[in-house]
Design a binder for this molecule. Structure first.
Ligand code: CP3
Length: 351
């Protein structure tokens, strides 16, 4: 093949972005949600006793941790090391990371008067460290950099519950019981998310992922009424930036078509829906990302291989598949398993 022919089907530096746009690729790109994290001994050593919110404020640290999985695993994309709570913490919400639990907000947002505690995000003055990390990463990386934000429902769930909670009952009680407060809350969160993602792209992020992780709590009707308008606004306003927009949630089997309709280019799929069925729901005119059960990565290699090959079989070599887990890497995952998984996906999909 000519040198030109090779560049047409891409290599490590752009196969992820090409797959997001459903263009031909040399092999299926892979990255892992939560690839920067506690399963890596080099992460635990670098973090020491600081939490993710503290670490995110030190650009050199965010850069080093973002690069760790790229170096070790050979993944096809980097995801900025930060957290969905960073923009909220930077605009005056008192958030702390409870070890082993997650984000805790001692004064939750529940009443109309609480909304004034959510002020708009001014990225240059509120999160200069995030933008500096993005700029530094673009100088060091040879694979694309993914920026991200929490989705409005997921951010609202932490603000309303005050802590990680199963099923988020107070969040949906507020949504139905006081729609005006809910709409005010989502207006503010959508503004923050948009400002954050725009600033990340301006600083150099080459794709963005909206982590609306907990939106699978909702039935389709409630999703359409109480979440979709704000997510649509976010994706619509990002469209002119020209970077792929990835939309992810857990337990979203019944929401996949709506998540695509919200304007995403790539829909992230968890492991509960077989990938080919998920792709039918998303529509063949969009790309999909997923969807190996992250728990499988705690099992012996032959199980990992079997389940990963099933994902590839369901993707069937169609353009527009980004291999990932169905949710984040568990901290107990052996790093060697993910190293082998990257090699497996690459070797079995080489065209
Ligand atoms: O590698 C990457 O994916 C990039 C970094 C990243 C983190 N958080 C770092 C982090 C990303 C993309 C996130 C997103 C995030 N944060 C989400 C959406 C994705 C998902 O998993 O559904 C959510 C819901 C959060 C909120 C959050 N942050 C929780 C629930 C926790 C605790 C989880 C736990 O297992 O302890 C965090 C803390 C956090 N964010 C850690 C990391 C690496 C682990 C703790 C630490 O090192 O301080």
């Amino acid at each position: 093949m000519s040198a030109e022919g090779v560049s047409e089907v891409a290599g490590a530096s752009d196969r992820f972005l090409r797959a997001c746009r459903r263009e031909p690729v040399d092999l299926t790109p892979v990255w892992f949600m939560r690839q920067a994290g506690r399963y890596l001994p080099e992460y635990r050593a670098a973090r020491a006793d600081r939490d993710v919110l503290q670490m995110s404020r030190i650009p050199e640290m965010a850069v080093e941790i973002t690069l760790q999985p790229v170096r070790r695993l050979g993944v096809d994309a980097a995801i900025l090391y930060s957290d969905i709570m960073v923009p909220l913490a930077a605009t005056g919400v008192e958030v702390r990371m409870a070890p082993g639990l997650g984000p805790v907000i001692d004064e939750p947002i529940r009443a109309p008067s609480d909304l004034s505690r959510l002020r708009p995000l001014d990225p240059d003055s509120d999160i200069p460290f995030v933008l500096e990390a993005v700029r530094m990463l673009r100088r060091d990386l040879t694979v694309p950099l993914i920026g991200f934000a929490g989705g409005p429902y997921t951010l609202a769930s932490y603000l309303v519950e005050g802590r990680p909670a199963r099923d988020h009952p107070r969040t949906r009680a507020l949504m139905h019981g006081d729609p005006a407060v809910w709409e005010g809350l989502l207006d503010r969160l959508a503004g923050t998310v948009l400002a954050l993602l725009r600033a990340q792209v301006a600083a150099g992020a080459q794709a963005v992922q909206l982590f609306d992780s907990w939106v699978g709590d909702l039935d389709p009707g409630d999703y359409e009424r109480f979440v979709l308008p704000w997510v649509s606004r976010i994706f619509e306003e990002l469209a002119p930036l020209g970077v792929p927009r990835i939309h992810f949630g857990v337990g979203t089997g019944e929401l996949l078509a709506l998540m695509r309709a919200a304007g995403a280019d790539v829909v992230g799929v968890d492991w509960r829906v077989p990938l080919d069925r998920a792709w039918d729901r998303v529509g063949r005119d969009a790309a999909v990302q997923g969807n190996l059960d992250p728990a499988v990565c705690l099992a012996p290699w032959d199980a990992v291989e079997r389940k990963a090959l099933e994902v590839l079989r369901r993707a069937d070599g169609r353009p527009g598949h980004v291999f990932n887990l169905g949710h984040g890497v568990f901290p107990q995952t052996p790093p060697e398993t993910l190293e082998r998984l990257v090699d497996l996906v690459h070797s079995r999909t080489a065209r």
